[in-house]
Design a protein around this ligand. Structure first.
Ligand SMILES: Nc1ncnc2c1ncn2[C@@H]1O[C@H](COP(=O)(O)OP(=O)(O)OP(=O)(O)O)[C@@H](O)[C@H]1O
Length: 266
């Protein structure tokens, strides 16, 4: 029996971007996802919370086919992810931007080249050096850097930037891809609280401006309350809470991390 607690959210009229139903994924005897149902609509900013090992990353990885389900159905933009192959899968992945916990920049390359990588899906052939990228792509990359406040660092090596700055470059690279859905897996967990708040502000402000749909795994309750408009909490591979952020408070959210039974829908 599930303890799933769902309720209508703000964007009921908006089209579904992510539709997960009865998702099960096991590793040996571990049920990382134990029958997850979740629909996320265009423009929602979803915080995915839950204790370590509750299945957040496993769920996220199913959405761009990095994981294959044991059973259940996953649709992203109406495409059955597990069945997508070849050109269909590449087209789907181009619409899904990812922000990684560890930034995943190429440290010896310039900041600008790292951002340009985000546009690789639409630029054919290998690129060696900034000058070999089309001028329009370079200009677009500079605009993305400007939006995260780093245009003046474009020609520095990425490895010379601080952690918070590197994550802003990661956000600019994601923007360069021109995605419609953004998956962010603990994007600020390696940053100090002030820097984390700053990076969350950059990420969510831009996604809101561009009307992108976001699913962001987080451990920090205050950040979820401050930036998301919906919180989904997992426990033992199941959705145990699904609420508009405006209807939540820190105490209730913190209970997700308690060792006591999962929060009820009340
Ligand atoms: N590739 C894998 N091989 C074996 N077990 C895995 C694998 N990926 C995840 N698991 C297991 O599945 C469960 C869920 O892991 P997952 O990484 O999805 O949790 P999480 O909620 O994202 O945790 P965290 O907050 O620590 O990142 C855990 O018990 C984990 O050990």
């Amino acid at each position: 029996m599930t303890t799933q607690a769902t309720e209508p959210h703000t964007q009921v009229e908006a089209p579904a971007v992510v539709e997960v139903s009865a998702l099960v994924k096991t590793y040996g005897g571990i049920r990382a996802c134990d029958g997850i149902d979740l629909t996320v609509r265009k423009g929602e900013l979803v915080g995915l919370l839950g204790r370590s090992g509750s299945g957040k990353s496993t769920l996220l990885r199913h959405l761009n086919a990095l994981n294959r389900p044991d059973s259940g159905q996953i649709k992203v933009f109406g495409v059955e992810v597990a069945a997508a192959r070849g050109a269909e899968l590449r087209a789907l992945r181009r619409r899904v931007g990812v922000v990684f916990q560890q930034f995943n920049l190429i440290g010896r390359l310039s900041v600008l080249e790292n951002v340009l990588v985000g546009g690789l899906g639409r630029v054919k052939g290998p690129r060696y050096g900034i000058i070999t990228w089309p001028r329009a792509e370079r200009q677009a990359a500079l605009v993305c850097l400007d939006r995260v406040g780093l245009a003046d660092r474009a020609y520095e090596r990425a490895q010379n930037l601080s952690g918070g700055q590197q994550q802003r470059v990661g956000i600019a690279r994601m923007l360069m891809q021109q995605p419609e859905l953004v998956l962010a897996d603990e994007p600020v967990s390696s940053l100090d609280p002030e820097t984390a708040a700053n990076v969350m502000d950059v990420l969510f402000r831009i996604c809101l401006e561009d009307q992108l749909t976001v699913i962001c795994t987080l451990h920090q309750v205050d950040l979820a309350l401050g930036w998301t408009n919906r919180v989904v909490a997992l426990r033992d591979g199941l959705v145990v809470l699904d609420r508009l952020t405006a209807k939540l408070d820190a105490e209730r959210l913190t209970r997700i991390y308690a060792t006591e039974p999962a929060p009820s829908s009340a």
